[in-house]
Design a binder for this molecule. Structure first.
Ligand code: SAM
Length: 218
């Protein structure tokens, strides 16, 4: 999976990203580090940004959206304590980069994106790289994707003013959900575990994501 279109230069840059921006800053989950050393982020970036693919910042992908910063992606994946048998919902697929990481780390991924052009492009790259356990869906991910629920983990890559209640409903007992909560200039990651049907919330890092857009109240 994933390395057919790779090159030694990109592999070296990717390993440097893992060592200098992730491991050196406290990411210690070896499965997450290994996945990030393997998934070719440059394949998910528009051609004119490929030379920046292993720098630690977001990159434009069209439609006013971005591929998330590697360090914040690593924080979110590590916080979810993903198991190889997990079924995961990803809200805000964007480029498909995080979908590919989830596909390496878990058994099955449902990835929702509201822009059809981004969903099509993500789906094409994932398919070309050989990821067979990801299904990309076009839709409003703030409502989740009930037909494939429940999920062992949910990752939301866009910021909401509060936790969308349908995501909580679609989380399995014992499941983990990570989401940036807040407004444009003030957001914080929240890790929510579902225990006996109730949310247990831990406040995590400050962050800055594009907004989770929905036509209906969350
Ligand atoms: N993980 C993605 C990546 O690395 O490419 C991050 C993409 S970007 C930070 C967030 C994405 O969320 C955007 O592509 C945006 O269109 C999408 N988005 C925003 N609101 C959404 C919604 N209600 N449902 C699904 N996707 C949404």
């Amino acid at each position: 999976m994933a390395s057919a279109a790779d090159s030694p230069i990109y592999a070296t840059l990717r390993q440097r990203m893992v060592d200098e921006h992730l491991r050196a800053r406290g990411i210690s989950d070896e499965r997450v580090l290994e996945a990030m050393a393997c998934v070719p982020r440059h394949e998910f970036a528009p051609p004119r940004y490929r030379d920046q693919a292993y720098e630690d910042h977001p990159l434009p992908i069209g439609e006013g959206q971005t591929i998330s910063q590697p360090y914040i992606v690593a924080i979110m994946l590590e916080a979810l304590s993903l198991m190889p048998s997990d079924r995961v919902l990803e809200v805000g697929t964007g480029s498909g980069y995080v979908s590919a990481l989830l596909a390496q780390l878990t058994a099955e991924v449902i990835a929702i994106e509201r822009y059809p052009a981004l969903a099509d492009s993500a789906s094409a790259v994932l398919s070309r790289l050989g990821y067979r356990n990801v299904r990309v869906v076009v839709g409003d991910g703030s409502r989740g994707f009930a037909e494939a629920a429940p999920y062992n983990a949910i990752i939301v890559s866009a910021a909401a003013p509060q936790l969308p209640h349908e995501l909580m409903e679609q989380l399995a007992e014992g499941g983990r959900l990570i989401i940036p909560i807040g407004w444009e200039d003030s957001q914080q990651l929240q890790l929510i575990e579902k225990r006996n049907g109730q949310p247990r919330t831990s406040l995590r890092e400050l962050c800055r994501f594009v907004p989770l857009i929905s036509d209906k109240p969350m």
